[in-house]
Design a binder for this molecule. Structure first.
Ligand SMILES: Nc1ncnc2c1ncn2[C@@H]1O[C@H](COP(=O)(O)OP(=O)(O)OP(=O)(O)O)[C@@H](O)[C@H]1O
Length: 707
């Protein structure tokens, strides 16, 4: 039983195990199948996902590419647009330039109108002042009478004074103060009545301003006209060698300003005080300072720089040097020139003596043991180059300077020339203090002191620099004159009026419209034939255009050329030489020729534009009627400018101007020629500007490639 049970149990267990085994294997198969299915599904999913991702990536890449293309296209379009704009702008600019060029002369005229409007109310004010002045005029005439009566008394006083000065050197400084008072009380007419004209100062910064305080010494001027021309043989103390030279120059007598300055420097009134001279253009101011300086230096033993003449422009400096070059060698003096736009090395070799060494040795400019000597006694300089020498030239010294001349002083103390004067004054002052110390060491204090006292410098016992300042339109501005540090100044002026024109100058007005200016100028030049004339314009561009159109007319009998800053120095110098020597009859010039230039034989000055200020009118007009010769000044005016012109002339004592007219036939004949000349001028300017346009891009390319 038990066995059977065991068997049954075994069987059931076996069956169960088999079942279990079956189950297990079935389950396994199932799981395998499921896993297989899952794996297959996973694989499918994965491959599907991969495809999807690939697709997405592909789409993204496509989109990126599109974007990139878009961007580049956009950038390219922008650049295109920019270039198009640039080109457009360039063309527009060129158009504008052309238009501007065409309308420029109209604009210039409008500008002038504006300027004139601005000055008109000033002129009206001045008109009022003038009216007041006229009432004072009668009083002034009476004063003048007194002045001429006292002339003889004055000369006696000067002589007395000189005797005194020889006897009582110590007290001369004080004595001068006293005699000065007496001297001028006898002489002076009260110039305060002449101060209605406000000082215009430097021409550029001329502004209408209120009545200015006068420096005390300006209230008592010495009238140059009281010194009548004096024959050379009567001139006191003149070195016979200089007399001979002057005669060779064709000068038999001195002009009033020359005589006046001579008396106050060398002659009986030689106080060695600083002098300020206001004398008309062409009255001989250059010789007025050159002659006394050469005379006073004629006794010098050692060569060193003792006189310095400063002028504003290069051409003027050359001209002044030419005057010194004639008279200075007669007494053994040497003259140097220091001007810009020339080789400084060459200049230095003419100014300073360098020691000669043995073969193989060379001069070292830094060697302080080597003493450098001046080769000149007198130097004519422009401010810029002068300061260069002061700062950099080894051996250039103002240590021994005795005379400083400032010609065209109102220009040289103007705003644009501020730099030079302090430099010169500082160097000469410190050098002279040093001289005084050295002198006391060498026991020559007495001489130095005597010299200082003679110059009215009692408290400072060293010889001081004598300053002489000159102009045809001397500034009365105390601030400007103060810069010069003048000592005990003597103010000399020609007559009672603030401004004067040469006596033999005739002023004419030529009234015409703006469009007819060229026509009227052409008619005037035709009328004047080949007379030496200068045409002044208000700008360098206008100078060029006017000269070109006059030459394009082709019918004028005279040779015409231009002179302006637009040209380089060598061209300008050649033009000036040709004009001086008569190879050019008419010079069209900007204001570079306005001051000081002395060209013999100029018969006419023509103002193509009305100058803004009376000073400019005086200096322009002053290129003619020089050295007591006759001359004419024509001014082209629009109708509305006649009042300003009248006012301007009143300032120089001319009550009304004469009108200049031409026969209608000559105007009619010239009119078509003027029109064609203008057309040609416009054509020429267009060709020139188009050439410039062509050249510019090439030039830019070259520039870029170089960069
Ligand atoms: N004593 C004289 N006799 C004859 N001619 C003279 C005499 N002195 C000067 N001149 C001549 O007078 C002319 C004018 O002289 P200068 O240039 O010195 O005048 P200026 O007063 O300086 O004029 P600006 O104010 O225009 O500079 C010169 O041609 C000169 O040769």
């Amino acid at each position: 039983m038990v066995k059977e049970e065991k068997k049954r149990k075994k069987k059931t267990r076996h069956v169960e195990e088999e079942d279990n085994h079956k189950d297990f294997s079935e389950n396994k198969e199932k799981r395998m199948k499921i896993r297989h299915v899952e794996e297959e599904e996973n694989h499918k999913d994965f491959s599907e996902n991969k495809e999807k991702r690939m697709k997405i990536r592909h789409v993204e890449e496509e989109e990126d590419q599109k974007k990139c293309k878009k961007k580049t296209k956009h950038v390219e379009e922008e650049e295109d647009q920019k270039e198009r704009k640039k080109k457009k702008r360039y063309v527009e600019e060129e158009d504008q330039k052309k238009r501007k060029k065409k309308t420029r002369h109209v604009e210039e005229e409008e500008d002038q109108k504006k300027h004139k409007k601005k000055t008109r109310h000033v002129e009206e004010e001045e008109d009022q002042k003038k009216r007041k002045k006229k009432t004072r005029h009668v009083e002034e005439e009476e004063d003048q009478k007194n002045v001429s009566e006292n002339k003889d008394k004055m000369m006696e006083k000067i002589k007395d004074f000189q005797v005194k000065s020889d006897k009582e050197v110590k007290d001369i400084g004080d004595a001068m103060e006293i005699s000065d008072e007496e001297f001028f009380n006898a002489l002076a007419s009260d110039t305060s009545s002449n101060n209605d004209d406000s000082d215009e100062g430097d021409e550029k910064d001329s502004k209408p301003h209120k009545k200015q305080m006068l420096l005390h010494w300006m209230k008592k001027p010495l009238d140059i006209n009281l010194f009548n021309g004096c024959p050379l043989c009567m001139l006191p103390c003149l070195d016979p060698r200089l007399e001979d030279t002057l005669r060779k120059m064709g000068f038999d007598s001195l002009f009033p300003v020359q005589l006046a300055v001579w008396h106050m420097t060398v002659g009986p009134g030689g106080f060695e005080r600083d002098i300020c001279v206001n004398s008309p253009t062409g009255s001989g101011k250059t010789l007025a300072y050159a002659l006394p300086i050469v005379q006073m230096l004629s006794t010098r033993n050692i060569r060193c720089l003792r006189a310095l003449i400063v002028v504003p422009t290069r051409d003027l400096a050359i001209q002044v040097k030419q005057v010194f070059d004639i008279i200075a060698p007669a007494v053994g003096l040497c003259v140097g020139l220091a001007v810009g736009q020339s080789s400084i090395e060459k200049e230095i070799s003419c100014l300073i003596k360098r020691p000669k060494f043995e073969m193989g040795m060379s001069f070292d400019p830094e060697d302080s043991r080597v003493e450098l000597q001046s080769l000149v006694d007198i130097l004519v300089a422009t401010p810029g180059r002068l300061v260069d020498h002061i700062n950099t030239t080894k051996g250039f010294s103002l240590e021994h300077l005795q005379y400083l001349v400032v010609d065209e002083v109102d220009r040289l103390v103007g705003e644009s020339y501020q730099f030079w004067l302090p430099a010169v004054l500082q160097v000469s002052r410190s050098a002279q203090k040093r001289l005084f110390k050295q002198a006391s060491v060498h026991n020559s204090l007495r001489t130095i002191r005597r010299c200082g006292v003679e110059r009215g410098f009692k408290d400072n016992m060293y010889p001081r620099l004598v300053k002489m300042i000159f102009s045809a339109t001397l500034t009365k501005d105390p601030n400007k004159l103060d810069q010069l540090d003048l000592h005990h100044s003597l103010y000399m002026t020609a007559g009672n009026r603030r401004y004067n024109l040469p006596k033999k100058l005739e002023s004419y007005g030529l009234i015409c419209t703006t469009e007819k200016k060229l026509l009227n100028l052409a008619a005037l030049l035709e009328d004047l034939g080949c007379e030496k004339s200068i045409v002044f314009t208000s700008s360098i561009n206008l100078t060029h255009r006017l000269c070109t159109s006059l030459n394009l007319l082709g019918c004028l009998p005279c040779k015409i050329n231009e002179y302006s800053r637009l040209q380089n120095q060598s061209v300008r110098s050649k033009t000036l030489k040709d004009f001086r020597e008569g190879r050019i009859d008419v010079l069209v010039s900007s204001d570079g020729m306005t001051r000081g230039m002395d060209v013999e034989g100029i018969k006419n000055v023509i103002n193509y534009d009305l100058p803004m200020y009376v000073k400019k009118y005086i200096h322009r007009a002053g290129r003619t009627a020089r050295a007591e010769q006759a001359g004419r000044c024509f001014t082209l005016l629009r109708k509305n400018e006649t009042k300003s012109f009248k006012n301007m002339l009143e300032k120089v004592g001319i009550d009304c101007f004469s009108s200049y007219t031409f026969p209608a036939a000559s105007l009619q004949r010239l009119e078509p020629l003027c029109i064609t000349a203008m057309e040609k001028l416009i054509e020429l300017e267009e060709i020139k500007s188009s050439k410039e346009i062509e050249v510019r891009p090439k030039f830019n390319k070259v520039k870029q490639s170089k960069a």
